[in-house]
Ligand binder design. Sequence first.
Ligand code: NAP
Length: 239
Amino acid sequence: MNKTAIITGASRGIGKASAYKLAEDGFIPVINYRTHKVEAEKIAAETGGFAICADVSDRIAVDNMIRETMKKTGRIDVLINNASISVSGLFMYITPEQEELIWKVNVQGTYNCTRSALPFMINAKSGKIINISSMWGQTGASCEVHYSASKAAIIGFTKALAKELGPSGINVNCIAPGVILTDMNNSYSEETMESLKNEAPLERLGKPEDIAESISFLASEKSSFITGQILGVNGGFII
Ligand code: NAP
């Protein structure tokens, strides 16, 4: 049986590009999604994987997803905690409901998927967990305070978990993307996108495939001596 990689939030953007890349690498990709069923099933059909609907903030739904994956493939080799939402606005104007939701999806969603998949990795004495943070989690972004804080939490989570799981043969790493051309940035104006592009030394915005390539590396045996690291894939935006 081929190795299995669960990618949360794989119906669009970075998760979708990663599903195609990991299928090319020989993995069976599990395409997790919340709302975009048609898109997720199309990706599954084209990659030889399968789509599973589960809101990552819902522990029971996540446990069911992991159970279904084990039933279908009998193994979980790679977990990519990618699903996330962003909320823009001045800190003072973000509602308590928005505040709670962003934490539940971005942070607790990552905990839920990890907690549920881990027993199978520990049992196999191998596994790779790849968490998707953001360069805003490293530097902080004005008008994205809650998002930045949630992404900073993912960095701390990665470092601590890597220490805990190293002796079990499990690598835990994190990618901190720069500005990537996906739906997540739809609320930015053209001028904002242009100025973000010009701020990066490589003078371009990222493509989902740029992140998929680094996910592919961290999911492969080529990165077997790397753990607890935060890989910036941002065109040099922060150095
Ligand atoms: P995106 O295009 O907005 O796609 C988000 C994905 O997450 C979708 O597949 C969506 O599924 C899924 N999702 C959202 N809430 C979910 C939930 N509760 N449960 C399960 N799935 C859920 O996002 P993206 O730009 O590809 O971002 C991917 C990752 O990269 C995120 O962690 C993001 O924070 C990070 N990142 C992105 C950028 C950027 O510039 N784009 C920069 C830095 C970091 P449905 O559509 O099916 O609901």
